[in-house]
Design a protein around this ligand. Structure first.
Ligand code: NAD
Length: 485
């Protein structure tokens, strides 16, 4: 018998403790070779005075065991502590979020009986960097950060996943028609990496139409790889249309550690009622057992679970008159699965895992080649509260203050050019992006020239709130043009 693996277990918030208890009871009854190191994170930790929501001993446990099974955690909306899920995924380098979404018709109702896709969501970058600033009274900003190494890792993981799981196609979804640099990088890296996997079909869709097609015709998709935010949104859609958001499991994979959970959240609306579906967390736990090489137990649990679904024993979220035979609560569902351990489904194809399969490994060593970086100018963001908001007033004022190295090229307001020659119809806020470029193309700009410009603007009374440098890389423009520029 395999040696017991010690894992960190967090019972979470909302329905978390109920579905975790149910899941652990199934794991134990199936003979999973696991020992649990239980930690308290989330609301409980927060209320006891740990402002981050993750006490030191929880970090220590996770970093020692390297494998975690985590029930959903409540994240306050709008204010309060930051998402622990995001903090853990990023701090532990869990770059790949794997979310299989499969239909179980006719036993779980879905309009898409042949739906069987996996969403591979980038897990460390994008808007989830959570770097936000209020810059003026009227405008707040969130930074969207996309890196080449981060993108390479996730895209390569998606193709390796497709190869390991005998999948035929990987679809990349981005919004690179609008975010030509950030999403453009993701798409470009996807095209480059796809060439290394000629046996797998690779295609790209813009995320808006991609999501629409996913909702309307999910059976056309196989593996989808996408950025963090889009992946978050479309995996809930995919899980829901497959049958219920309560069914899907999720793996967060890194090179050093891995965390397994349900796709769904803490479902506060049904917490404490004992009616939540434990299947999402159970499926996360099955992914964990496969990851740990305990494929026999994984198979045993999954087949018993499929048999339970087939027998019509369903929690409220998937219960349907005429299809289901019995409506059960969380623990009763777990007991039904336990009673079927050792049985195989009769209608669904029984699950078989390759006992020799190894977890997917992707190198995270950056392959960056550094190009010649040249400073061409600087965007200076200015807080200007003028009742009339006439762009010519700020434009002419800045020209008068610019000095003799940089010159004002244009001003945009929320991305749209308003000076010189803007349209009077354009609505303006108090947040002005002012683009300065070299007066003489042949000059070499260095940072002291930026400091000089800022000094000039400061002396003239302009309230600059941030700068973004305009670079070229081996002559290639590294910044976007203004709309209308
Ligand atoms: P949610 O997924 O918790 O719930 C959405 C809806 O689905 C609710 O009506 C809920 O009752 C239902 N539902 C979810 N899981 C179910 C299950 N297992 N069985 C039956 N019904 C189920 O989404 P939400 O309401 O947007 O989020 C609640 C909280 O969870 C928020 O604080 C959010 O930040 C957090 N959250 C955490 C995670 C995580 O820990 N990984 C993921 C998503 C959301």
């Amino acid at each position: 018998m395999a040696e017991k693996q010690r894992i960190t277990v967090a019972h979470g918030d909302g329905i978390g403790p109920e579905i975790m208890k149910a899941t652990l009871s199934i794991l134990d009854a199936a003979g999973a070779q696991l020992e649990y190191d239980e930690v308290k994170i989330g609301e409980q930790a927060y209320l006891s005075g740990v402002t981050s929501g993750i006490p030191d001993e929880a970090w220590e446990s996770i970093r020692t065991n390297k494998i975690m099974l985590k029930a959903p955690i409540t994240t306050p909306q709008g204010g309060g502590y930051k998402s622990l899920n995001v903090t853990m995924r990023k701090s532990l380098g869990l770059f790949a979020n794997v979310r299989p979404c499969k239909a179980y018709t006719p036993y779980v109702e879905s309009n898409f009986p042949n739906m069987d896709l996996t969403i591979i969501r980038e897990n460390e970058e994008d808007l989830y960097a959570g770097i936000e600033h209020q810059q003026t009274e009227e405008v707040v900003q969130t930074l969207k950060l996309i890196s080449r190494p981060g993108t390479e890792s996730i895209v390569r993981y998606a193709f390796e996943y497709a190869r390991a799981n005998n999948r035929k196609k990987v679809t990349c979804m981005t919004k690179d028609n609008i975010m030509k640099h950030a999403d453009g990088l993701f798409h470009k890296v996807f095209d480059q990496v796809a060439k290394e996997y000629p046996e797998i079909e690779a295609d790209h869709m813009i995320i808006d139409i991609g999501s629409a097609k996913l909702a309307d015709d999910p059976e056309r998709f196989d593996v989808i790889v996408t950025l963090n935010l889009y992946g978050d949104v479309i995996s809930d859609i995919a899980a829901e249309i497959a049958g219920s958001v309560g069914l899907g499991g999720s793996a967060n994979i890194g090179t050093e550690a891995a965390m397994f959970e349900a796709i769904h959240g803490s479902a506060p609306d049904i917490a404490g009622k004992g009616i939540g579906n434990p299947s999402g967390l159970l499926n996360g736990a099955i992914m964990m057992l496969v990851h740990l090489g305990q494929t026999e137990v994984a198979e045993k649990i999954e087949n018993a679970w499929l048999k339970t679904l087939e027998d019509g024993i369903h929690t409220g979220d998937i219960y349907k008159e005429g299809i289901s035979s019995k409506r059960v609560g969380t623990q009763e569902f777990a007991e039904a699965v336990i009673a079927r351990l050792g049985q195989k489904p009769e209608k669904f194809t029984p699950r078989v895992y390759d006992p020799n399969a190894k977890p997917i490994e992707v190198s995270r060593i950056p392959t960056t080649t550094y190009r010649k970086k040249e400073l061409l100018g600087v965007d200076v963001f200015i807080d200007w509260k003028d009742y009339n908001r006439n762009p010519d007033t700020i434009g002419n004022g800045l020209v008068a203050a610019q000095g003799d190295f940089f010159k004002l090229k244009m001003i945009t307001n929320r991305g749209v050019k308003v000076f010189p020659g803007g349209l009077p119809e354009t609505f303006c806020t108090d947040h002005w992006r002012c683009r300065f470029v070299k007066q003489n193309e042949g000059d070499t700009a260095i940072n002291d020239k930026v400091v000089e410009l800022l000094n000039n603007l400061y002396s003239a009374g302009w309230d600059f709130i941030k700068t973004e440098h305009l670079y070229s890389f081996d002559g290639e423009r590294g910044y976007s043009l203004g709309q209308g520029e």
